[in-house]
Design a binder for this molecule. Structure first.
Ligand code: UD1
Ligand code: MG
Length: 449
């Protein structure tokens, strides 16, 4: 049975106190909306419709960037969740199958949960609602059910005392045959405490039409919705806890997992060791057996097997490190291919560069890649030895097995095997230091007497 996803993302999220639409706030470097779409992708939807409203252009751009096939429709006035789902009707014209409604601000619904809901549909339920036992039911809609047989949903605002005592709550996720869902939504009115068209009226209307409604439940953590900055921080904490545990299950050692921050797309191989306070931005792959030492920051990079990174290293987008590369303290690498066994151990900036296998980059080496307008490349050959505190003024090539003298400013290519020296020649003035010191001390003595 084909499925379609309808993701509600039109709300303003006023409690975020933000100029950014709520669903574009990020957890683990991906917008909440992308987390919701990723959950939904597990049911391989034939069509995905996102209902945007507040900040619609930005929401549309983010949705398209993630999934070019997603259709974004607009809900110009936020008249309620039921009204929002109806905005997807035209985009689903001709679609036959199940529709699953998700919220763009609810990032952690698990694939097993969505599959359990689809299973309940296959088992004959006309409408399936995802519920959870709420620790603090507060403003959630209450599921009035007997066992898993759902009678109706009551919004907290409209509930009686007895209904408010129910702790089985509505997550907002709902599945039904798409045509049935839209037909039932046509019957939803707004005669309620909020004056809104509630999606939550659907199960009651289904029952009144002699259809069946069922509850599938999940852990409350999955249904965590983001409404405030505090919720966003809680969502981040929850994501991180799960991602660290998953990494450790897959054979990653973390000395202090609570200090390591992963991104939504971080890939880490077996037997990688991660020391405390390592932070991952998006787009990082670390292969088996690499060591990431304390306080390193990685983003958009690839670290191969056997590399040792840090402590205090920074790998920026486009850093591609081959096997056994070493990047030491206070070294920044950006948009650079570093071949097997090269060493960049101390206090360097290597950007827009190719570093050959087994090259040694001395302490304080800088690739001067930017002339104020253009970026230029530095090429360092195999087994080259770059002396400490060399400035490599790009575009420039240092050949294989070549050396640069410490403190050199290299502006011309260095042929293979040559030594480049570009610094003032040293002169020693015999006895001058001792005479100069004596003179200065005498001057000081006259001043204090
Ligand atoms: C909704 C449910 C409630 C449930 C709770 C779970 C209804 C009527 N109530 O309440 O039973 O317990 O979620 O969190 O459905 N949205 C639109 N357009 C609108 C209104 C909302 O796109 O016109 C979107 C929001 O951006 C949000 C989602 O729908 O992503 C839920 O809306 P929200 O206003 O947060 O509903 P709740 O009052 O929390
Ligand atoms: Mg809400």
């Amino acid at each position: 049975m084909p499925t379609a996803l309808i993701v509600l993302a039109a709300g303003q999220g006023s409690r975020m106190q933000s100029d950014l639409p709520k669903v574009l706030h990020e957890v683990a470097h991906a917008p909440l909306l992308v987390h919701a779409l990723t959950s939904g992708a597990e049911v391989t939807p034939e069509r995905t419709v996102i209902v945007a409203g507040h900040g619609g252009d930005a929401v549309e751009a983010a949705a398209r960037a993630h999934d070019p096939d997603a259709v974004v429709v607009r809900q110009t006035q936020q008249l309620g969740t039921g009204h929002a789902v109806l905005q997807a009707r035209a985009a689903l014209a001709g679609f036959k199958g199940d529709a699953i409604v998700l919220y763009g601000d609810t990032p952690f619904i698990q694939p097993e949960t969505l599959n359990a809901m689809l299973q309940a549909r296959r088992d004959g339920a006309d409408v399936v609602v995802l519920g959870f036992e709420a620790a603090l039911p507060g403003r959630y809609g209450r599921l009035i059910a007997e066992g898993d047989r759902l009678d109706r949903i009551v919004e907290a605002k409209d509930a009686t005392e007895a209904e408010l005592a129910v702790t089985l709550c509505n997550s907002g996720v709902l599945a039904a045959d798409a045509d049935t869902l839209f037909d039932l939504l046509d019957q939803v009115g707004n005669d309620n405490a909020a004056g809104e068209y509630y999606l939550t009226d659907v199960p009651g209307l289904a029952r009144a039409a002699r259809m069946s409604a069922r509850v599938v439940t999940c852990a409350e953590a999955e249904t965590l919705g983001v409404n405030t900055r505090a919720d966003l921080a809680a969502a981040e904490a929850s994501f991180q806890a799960r991602a660290r545990a998953e990494a450790m299950d897959l054979g990653v050692t973390m000395t202090a997992p609570e200090t390591v921050f992963l991104a939504h797309d971080t890939v880490i191989g077996r037997d990688v060791v991660i020391e405390p306070h390592v932070v991952f931005g998006p787009g990082v792959t670390v292969e088996s057996g690499a060591t990431l030492r304390a306080f390193s920051h990685l983003e958009g990079c690839h670290v191969s097997d056997g590399c040792i990174i840090g402590p205090y290293a920074r790998l920026r987008p486009g850093a591609e490190l081959d096997r056994g590369v070493r990047v030491g303290n206070f070294v920044e690498v950006k948009n650079a291919q570093v071949a097997e066994g090269a060493k960049l151990n101390h206090l360097s900036y290597v950007g827009d560069a190719d570093v050959g296998a087994r090259a040694n980059i001395g302490a304080g080496t800088i690739t001067c890649n930017y002339d104020g307008v253009f970026k230029h490349r530095t090429v360092i050959g195999e087994a080259a030895f770059i002396g400490s505190n060399t400035s490599l003024v790009a575009p420039v090539t240092v050949g294989a097995g070549a050396m640069t003298g410490s403190g050199s400013v290299v502006t011309m290519d260095v042929p293979d095997g040559d030594l480049a020296l570009s610094r003032a020649k040293q002169v020693n003035k015999a006895g001058l230091a001792a005479r100069l010191m004596a003179k200065l001390r005498a001057a000081k003595a006259r001043e204090t007497h």
